[in-house]
Design a protein around this ligand. Structure first.
Ligand code: GLA
Length: 337
């Protein structure tokens, strides 16, 4: 709550980086994300009807009852509708949205916006953050049209400073895991190719994973061990998911052993799998990975849904950051300011 007016609520939702475990969330698998310092801020003041100002676009939306809309407008409308459907009392408000997270950069501006909108409209941080993450995800699935999983929302709502979250999407266990990098640093570098999940190959990859499960006669790729019944595209997609889950466990072991060279190799292996088996890369991302490796990164990989977005690179001590790189480290979760 602001000291200026008790009715004005300012909420911040952070973006996220995923250390490893990509395209595993909707396959009941494992990931290791963390929230970063940058994100989206939503300021809410009571009003007669909903007025939503997207400061970064210079655009406005107005509504009394939330009806369907395209683009950024779907987020606030969907959030009001989903919060009310979940039994929360949501009063009309003037919402002002601003942020310092590049859109479509793979750092989850969407989840940052969702968590900031939710806290601003509620005026508090609810107790059940997993339920709130699922609600935010419904906004993205049912209103925005992107079939994304829970990775970004859990990271934005539950992150802890100096830790990655080790998430098991089957049990929804979220376990903070210390990220002690010593003198090493993690950076993100934008590839220059922006993406939108609703319009990319993301939904198609999900359909392919479902088809692989059907062919294997299993409910989720988490249960897959023998892939010999698959071939072609479905074999590649399943192989990525199974190997990526194993890389999350291997990364946890390498972090435990303070073996950052090994973490770097795992990031490289994750990228190769996303590029060759999941086919989620684009030339701009490949060029950015090459640039990071040439600059001396111990490992570099695309981060997030792929098909554009940013590259995450692990830099040993003394390596100069590639041009345009943003240093990222685990920060706290979405909160009221
Ligand atoms: C996007 C989605 C997440 C997750 C990642 C890939 O960020 O929003 O749910 O599937 O892609 O790991």
């Amino acid at each position: 709550m602001s000291v200026l007016s008790p009715e004005r609520v300012v909420a911040f939702g952070p973006g996220r980086v995923n250390l490893i475990g990509e395209h595993t969330d909707y396959n009941d698998g494992l990931s290791m994300p963390f929230a970063i310092e940058r994100g989206v801020t939503v300021t809410a003041t009571p009003a007669d009807r909903f007025v939503v100002d997207a400061r970064d676009f210079g655009e406005r939306d107005e509504f009394s009852e939330p009806e369907r809309a395209d683009g950024w407008r779907a987020f606030a409308r969907g959030m009001v509708a989903e919060l009310r459907a979940a039994g929360f009392d949501v009063a009309p408000a003037h919402l002002e949205i601003a942020g310092d997270l590049p859109q479509g950069s793979g750092l989850s501006s969407s989840a940052a916006l969702e968590s900031a909108l939710a806290l601003a409209l509620l005026g508090r941080v609810p107790e059940d953050l997993k339920a709130l993450a699922q609600l935010c995800s419904r906004v993205e699935n049912d209103w925005v049209g992107a079939e994304t999983g829970l990775l970004d929302q859990l990271a934005s709502l539950m992150s802890e400073a100096e830790h990655v979250l080790r998430i098991d999407f089957r049990s929804l266990e979220v376990r903070p895991f210390p990220l002690d990098l010593g003198g090493w640093t993690l950076v993100t570098v934008e590839s220059g190719a922006t993406h939108s999940h609703a319009g990319s190959g993301y939904n198609q990859r999900r359909a392919e994973c479902r088809a692989a499960c059907q062919a294997l006669g299993i409910a989720s790729l988490r249960d897959a061990d023998d892939l010999s019944a698959l071939d072609g595209t479905l074999l590649k997609r399943a192989r990525h998911v199974v190997s990526e889950n194993a890389r999350v466990d291997a990364t946890a072991a390498a972090l435990d052993a303070h073996d950052l060279e090994a973490v770097g190799r795992l990031l490289d292996a994750s990228h190769a799998s996303l590029r060759d088996d999941y086919e989620a890369s684009v030339p701009e991302v490949e060029a950015t990975v090459e640039r990071c490796k040439a600059a001396g990164a111990a490992g570099a990989r695309m981060v997030g849904g792929g098909f554009g977005g940013s590259v995450l690179a692990l830099l040993p001590p003394g390596v100069v950051r590639p041009a345009g790189a943003l240093t990222v480290a685990p920060h706290g979760p979405a909160r009221l300011l």
